[in-house]
Design a protein around this ligand. Sequence first.
Ligand code: FES
Ligand code: FES
Length: 178
Amino acid sequence: MTEGANQKTTAEEAVEVALEVNGTVTKVLVPSRWLLSDVLRHRLGLTATHVGCEQGVCGACTVLIDGVPTRSCLLFAKAAEGLAITTLEGVLDDPALQALQEAFHRHHALQCGFCTPGMLLTALAMVRQQVPAEPETIREYLSGNLCRCTGYQYIVEAVAEVLQAVDRGDPAGSPALP
Ligand code: FES
Ligand code: FES
């Protein structure tokens, strides 16, 4: 969270920001320096967006912006106006997300879970793009999401399983339309 997120908003420093999040446009009044991650967590209550480094390194704050995995700690909230923002809460009904969650569970691809929302959203983007289920490709896509617990191997295996299902045309792994 930015320093500003702990400060009382004053009329002088506040800006109105209209954000489209999970298909709904919401207007909030926040300090001009607030980041997208601040607004998602502290104004909209979308706490699946985790905040770790706040420096664009760990990927815990990953959301989809216009379908592309993006670090929400690197974007001022005001700069996100007009963009389609998707958090994990917005895709819980997506069969592809559910297939990924089940695969993560089966493969023990999470321990503390702190990295998991960002991992899942990055993996969901891979499924929607139908990228090849090659371990090196998966590792490259996930290279912006750090995990302190798992050693990555099980995550790669879980994502590969779903990508293979998509490749076979298995309905359980089929991505919903973005
Ligand atoms: S909190 Fe955004 S990349 Fe780490
Ligand atoms: S499961 Fe703990 S950081 Fe990834």
